[in-house]
Design a protein around this ligand. Structure first.
Ligand SMILES: C[S@@+](CC[C@H](N)C(=O)[O-])C[C@H]1O[C@@H](n2cnc3c(N)ncnc32)[C@H](O)[C@@H]1O
Ligand SMILES: [Zn+2]
Length: 377
């Protein structure tokens, strides 16, 4: 395997060089390395540094570590006691060389199945960064984690409803391909995490949950307790969507009745869930995270943290272009519409999910009225 040494953050990492003749999906080389996930790893470094600030003795597991780049950065840049594991021989060799390259004495390298590692030992913080779906690792991760669970999922099509049957198989929930599909993906994954943690009498509290172009990412703090787990499950529910007029409704609970007909246009509604209807972020944590990212000069994640922190806790969003298309008018700017909704007394915000979308507590018919007024009709 041809390799080179790169620097990410302040960590040196020996990584594979893709064959010049291959057109480089990162998974095609012997050991996976994707430079485009740097922002994802920067966010992990900043988030885990914030989370463990008063507890430098927390343990961290990079359960699917490939070159080890993520775990190496947590060990070197945050200073936590880190275990890095991958079941591939080539990865294991590389992880050991990378630990030496960085002179790290707080790292353990393993060549093991991730599920075995997690079922064998507990870790304060577990990070799952699989190819595609984290579903095969969710159970063991929820069993093993004591304080924080970090999950990346790149199977956005199943999560967001584009591959509905795969979504149902992996997450035991029905996703729906709506205009707010990235948020659907985040909430389906969060719902699966909350229900899996509950099996082990654990509750989760979201610190930061977001969707970027190719993946969904969660940071949820974890607490052991039967009462806490029961409380946490109260954030689960269902969402109904009318593909005719765009109206949507949601209801908390795992055994709920949702109207089959749209209350606005009587068209048959479609149902998604069970999914997480609670908040996506902890604003206090986001403020600390922003300071941490600033201090570390992680420029590419600061805007995302601010957008997440500024968005309303409403479990879906609206796409301005879709609303305007329904009304046959030209779309206005997101910020103008958010301001107009606020002037009418509604809550409204932009959302990190899309630059042309907004969140509001106004219903679809109220939004349409405001939009029509803005268009001057
Ligand atoms: C997407 S890569 C990890 C990328 C890495 N975390 C990073 O930031 O560059 C997924 C890795 O999981 C490993 N893997 C897949 N299934 C596994 C399992 N059951 N146990 C251990 N490793 C596994 C693969 O060998 C691969 O190296
Ligand atoms: Zn309708």
């Amino acid at each position: 395997m041809l390799t080179k040494i790169i620097t990410e953050g302040t960590t040196k990492v020996e990584v594979p060089v893709p064959d010049e003749n291959s057109n480089f999906p990162p998974s095609s080389v012997q050991v996976f390395y994707n430079p485009a996930m740097r922002a994802n790893r920067d966010m992990a470094v900043a988030a885990i540094a914030c989370f463990s600030r008063d507890n430098p003795d927390y343990t961290y597991l990079d359960a699917l570590c490939a070159s080890g780049i993520r775990g190496l950065r947590i060990a070197g840049e945050v200073g936590l006691n880190t275990t890095m594991s991958d079941w591939e021989e080539a990865s294991y060799g590389l992880i050991k060389r990378n630990i030496e390259l960085n002179n790290l004495s707080n790292c353990t390298a393993m060549k093991r199945n991730a599920n075995v590692v997690m079922l064998d030992s507990s870790f304060d913080i577990i990070d799952l960064d699989p190819f595609g779906t984290p579903a095969p690792f969710l159970d063991a991760a929820c069993f093993s984690t004591k304080r924080l669970l970090c999950i990346t999922a790149t199977d956005t099509a199943p999560l967001c409803g584009a591959h509905k049957k795969a979504g149902i198989r992996n997450y035991s929930a029905v996703p729906l391909k709506t205009e707010y599909y990235p948020e659907m993906g985040v909430r389906i994954l969060m719902g699966a995490a909350a229900r899996t943690l509950a099996k082990y009498d654990k509750a989760m509290a979201p610190l930061l949950s977001y969707a970027s172009a190719h993946y969904v990412r969660l940071f949820v703090s974890v607490k052991k307790g039967i009462k806490e787990a029961d409380e946490c499950l109260k954030n689960m529910g269902f969402l109904s969507h009318c593909f005719n007029c765009g109206d949507r409704n949601w209801k908390l609970g795992l055994a709920v009745h949702m109207e089959e007909k749209c209350p606005v246009c009587s068209h048959k509604t479609s149902l998604a869930g069970p999914l997480w209807l609670g908040g996506l972020h902890d604003r206090e944590f986001c403020q600390k995270l922003l300071d941490e990212a600033q201090k570390r000069e992680f420029k590419d994640v600061r805007k995302l943290i601010t957008s997440c922190s500024d968005e309303l806790d409403i479990p879906m969003h609206y796409d301005i272009h879709k609303v305007c298309k329904l009304l046959g008018i030209t779309a206005m700017s997101t910020i103008d519409l958010v301001t107009a909704l606020k002037e009418k007394g509604f809550q409204a915000s932009r959302t990190h999910f899309s630059g042309i979308s907004f969140k509001t507590d106004a219903g679809m018919e109220e939004i349409k009225k405001v939009v029509m007024e803005m268009a001057g009709s």
